[in-house]
Design a protein around this ligand. Structure first.
Ligand SMILES: *[C@@H]1O[C@H](CO)[C@@H](O)[C@H](O)[C@H]1NC(C)=O
Ligand SMILES: *[C@@H]1O[C@H](CO)[C@@H](O)[C@H](O)[C@H]1NC(C)=O
Ligand SMILES: *[C@@H]1O[C@H](CO)[C@@H](O)[C@H](O)[C@H]1NC(C)=O
Length: 761
């Protein structure tokens, strides 16, 4: 319960710090149809998708997709081009047995592909659950070249036990390393035996100790990765990341979940008398990702969802490990990203062992004598003369078997998450990081998939004291029906992000610079590391070799200095509007910035040609709301020139100028008959909502009397590109704001409101 309370407080905390709250709001939002219209998204819909993994082949320009009963191969350049399928069903006997065991025909008794790994230049290694009878196969990529549909027969497969789970719902992580398959799976029919296996090579299969809860307990595996520790390959280790029931934390309170990192030596072949064909170097440690509450109690994000390992160009041994976590409570949707340094992980494994003397004792640091060579050490010339783990002394093997857990936990960089989301209508599900060379240095751009079919794109800017500030650049709805993102991968070469869900696969451009606007200011304010002002337009940044004097991110506190240095015009052209309203009637002046980070302030000029501006304040007949200024009953005093001023990142500009004339009724009547195009577009549902608040019943009549024409489905650019002055006469531009207004082509699209979807919080 206390967790719930802390999270509630956390939400308040986030919302009350308005500045930070704005920054964590996505700056721009795009709906699925806008992404399609803009040409940024391609979709391949796949019925009964069950998308488990995507495997890009950059050289072969193919994308492989592991699905239910099918392995799909499609073009990496355009996923909609000639996808080709390999049909691989479970055997009919097995399906029968599976159904007899009371399993579900759709979601369990089929062949759910759960392992998809590149094996060599010509073959993939693929495994499926085979209706609770896992099978694996080497699949030649050449089968997809032929046009006819292929079927994989039972005879072409091999037993998948110890490689693939029985139950498709069990979380699984695998990797092929040096021709061997490392698999974190639950390896039995009942999913009681969660284990970490190595198989497939010429060596004997090695696994974790079976049914030993100090080793693994109900583990949900997330990622397997190989990592070098020294320059000697004999010291190489394989790491596995997972969430499991934490034996050391369980008590009267019941089940407690912790996220873990565990590792084994690549050259571990098990012990001689004990731990035969079991890992003899297995060690594990807790990974902490938490935030302090106001009362000092930490709120933990304990459910690991995804891991991304970001290798720095130079230091191969010390990558950054990005962990994506959620809270185990479903009451409040809490997600966080924590970053760990590899050296901190290694340090924890060199620290104290955790230990419990007997059933009556508490867990504590092991203070006795640790045998030599220290358990967890690989047999290598770096640390001694042992040639294999079978030569290790019995006391070392015994200690390894009884002490897999380290006392210390791995703490994230900076001691806290890089980013946190609570109280939103989604949880994070997948994470991918792209290291980008930008004009002002390197950025790590995060792409985060959610369980509501969104992809968020965010960066982090350094603030004082080593703290970073999150800026969410975009929120992109890649799946129309909001299906959870189950897998993501990147084509670095072609700058595409591939996203999978039950709806199918989506291919998304990482950026679309031209949408940011036509002024240098707008390009710079977007802060998108993929984009830069090239002197004429906002366009993709192409790094030219390696720059000397490459500046560090954050050197340039003000992104606009870039524009100043380039001598580019800072001025953003304001949209001009003229509006006429009959005295006593309501009207609405709208100003919706594309960027949700911009703060809107309305000013009114003291007179037609006056430079004096007064901030517009809400009064009895006039209300300043989030989307604009609402006038309930116009008075002649409301006439005048209004400016909608935006401020973002310290830069202010006028987005819209409205000349409002309030007409007395008899003159207005004369005007409305001679002019069939009044200045409001009542096709907008939100506008009707606003008006309904004032005139709940009379709205319809009111509009008809005014002779407002319903203007639906009109593209904002169509009329826009004609000369607005002559098209609309001196009464000026009309007020158009259909969705999808952000397309690059329209001359004035920048000041058009772009989004109508509600905010996510
Ligand atoms: C790749 O592996 C498969 C399966 O072991 C084998 O048949 C094939 O010859 C290998 N290809 C190459 C290029 O080594
Ligand atoms: C959590 O997210 C789900 C969708 O994933 C949503 O239906 C639910 O309302 C959210 N809960 C809260 C408390 O925001
Ligand atoms: C203004 O509102 C009144 C009362 O709702 C209505 O009778 C009148 O026709 C409206 N004026 C115009 C110019 O439509």
């Amino acid at each position: 319960m206390w967790r719930f309370v802390t999270l509630v407080l956390l939400v308040h905390l986030e919302v009350s710090q308005t500045g930070a709250w704005r920054a964590s709001q996505p700056r721009l939002q795009f709906t699925h149809s806008e992404l399609v219209q803009n040409g940024r998204l391609l979709s391949l819909s796949l019925a009964a998708g069950d998308m488990h993994s995507l495997l890009p082949d950059e050289d072969g320009r193919r994308l492989y997709v592991a699905m239910k009963d099918n392995l799909l191969s499609t073009s990496l350049d355009d996923i909609t081009q000639n996808p080709s399928k390999l049909y691989w069903p479970a055997s009919p006997d097995r399906i029968q047995e599976c159904l007899m065991a009371g399993k579900d025909p759709e979601s369990e008794c089929a062949n759910f592909l759960r392992v998809l790994q590149p094996y060599n230049q010509t073959h993939l290694y693929v495994c499926g659950t085979g209706a609770f009878n896992p099978r694996c196969a080497f699949i030649a990529t050449s089968v997809f070249l032929k046009s006819e549909r292929h079927t994989l027969s039972f005879g072409q497969t091999e037993c998948g036990k110890g490689k693939c789970p029985y139950d498709p719902h069990q979380k699984t992580a695998t990797a092929i390393i040096d021709g061997e398959l490392y698999a974190g799976i639950s390896s039995d029919f009942m999913s009681r035996d969660s284990a970490f296996f190595r198989s497939l090579g010429s060596r004997h299969v090695v696994r974790t100790e079976q049914y030993d809860s100090t080793w693994l307990q109900d583990a949900q595996f997330v990622k397997v990765a190989s990592m070098a520790e020294t320059d000697n390959p004999e010291d190489d280790k394989v790491y596995v990341f997972f969430t499991e029931r934490a034996q050391e934390a369980e008590g009267a309170a019941g089940k407690v979940l912790y996220s873990r990192v565990a590792r084994v030596c690549k050259n571990d072949i098990g012990g001689q008398r004990s731990l035969v064909n079991k890992w003899s170097t297995f060690q594990k440690a807790r990974m902490v990702c938490s935030v302090p509450g106001p009362d000092g109690i930490q709120t933990h994000f304990d459910q690991l969802q995804d891991i991304f390992i970001l290798h720095d160009g130079k230091d191969k041994k010390n990558p950054l490990i990005y962990g994506l976590f959620t809270t185990s409570s479903d009451v409040l949707n809490g997600s966080a990203v924590c970053v760990y340094r590899m050296q901190d992980v290694v340090r924890v494994f060199k620290g104290n062992f955790y230990h419990k003397e007997g059933p009556e004792y508490k867990w504590a640091e092991f203070t006795g004598k640790v045998p030599y060579p220290r358990p967890g050490t690989c047999p290598s010339s770096t640390y001694g003369s042992y040639r294999s783990t079978r030569e290790y002394p019995d006391d070392v093997i015994f200690f390894s078997r009884t002490h897999p857990l380290m006392q210390e936990a791995v703490m994230p960089l900076g001691g806290r998450p890089l980013l946190v989301r609570v109280g939103v209508h989604y949880k994070f599900s997948r994470l991918l990081v792209d290291r980008v060379e930008a004009v002002d240095g390197q950025y790590n751009v995060l792409f985060i998939g959610t369980d509501s079919g969104l992809v968020l794109k965010s960066i982090h800017l350094p603030k004082e004291h080593g703290v970073t500030q999150e800026v969410t650049l975009e929120q992109l709805q890649v799946f129309q029906n909001k299906s959870p993102v189950t897998t993501m991968t990147l084509s670095k070469r072609k700058q595409w992000l591939f996203v999978g869900s039950a709806e199918g696969v989506a291919q998304l451009g990482l950026f679309q610079c031209e949408l940011y606007g036509q002024a240098c200011t707008e390009c710079c304010l977007a802060r998108d590391p993929y984009c830069t002002w090239d002197g004429h337009a906002c366009s993709p940044f192409v790094p030219i070799a390696r720059r000397r004097n490459a500046r560090q991110v954050g050197d340039e506190v003000d992104p606009l200095t870039q524009c100043v240095r380039q001598g580019a015009a800072l001025q953003v052209e304001a949209e001009q509007r003229t509006m006429i309203v009959a005295e006593g009637n309501g009207t609405y002046m709208e100003c919706l910035p594309k960027s949700r980070h911009a703060v809107v302030t309305w000013y009114k000029q003291a007179g037609e040609n006056s430079a004096e501006l007064h901030q517009v304040q809400s009064g009895e007949q006039l209300v300043v709301i989030e989307r604009g200024v609402l006038i309930r009953r116009a008075e002649t005093a409301h006439s005048g020139v209004y400016h909608c001023q935006l401020e973002e990142h310290g830069f202010r500009w006028t987005a819209v100028t409205v000349r409002l004339s309030v007409w007395s009724p008899y003159r207005a009547l004369a005007w409305s008959t001679s002019n069939p195009n009044p200045s409001l577009d009542v096709s907008q549902p939100w506008y009707q909502d606003v008006m309904a608040l004032i005139h709940p019943s009379r709205l319809q009549q009111h509009c008809q009397r005014l002779g407002f024409r319903q203007r639906r489905n009109r593209k904002p650019d169509q009329e826009q590109t004609k000369n607005p002055k002559t098209a609309d006469g001196p009464r000026g531009e009309r007020h158009k704001h259909e969705g999808g207004g952000g397309r690059g082509g329209g001359r004035k699209s920048r000041s058009k409101p772009q989004q109508r979807s509600p905010r996510s919080t």
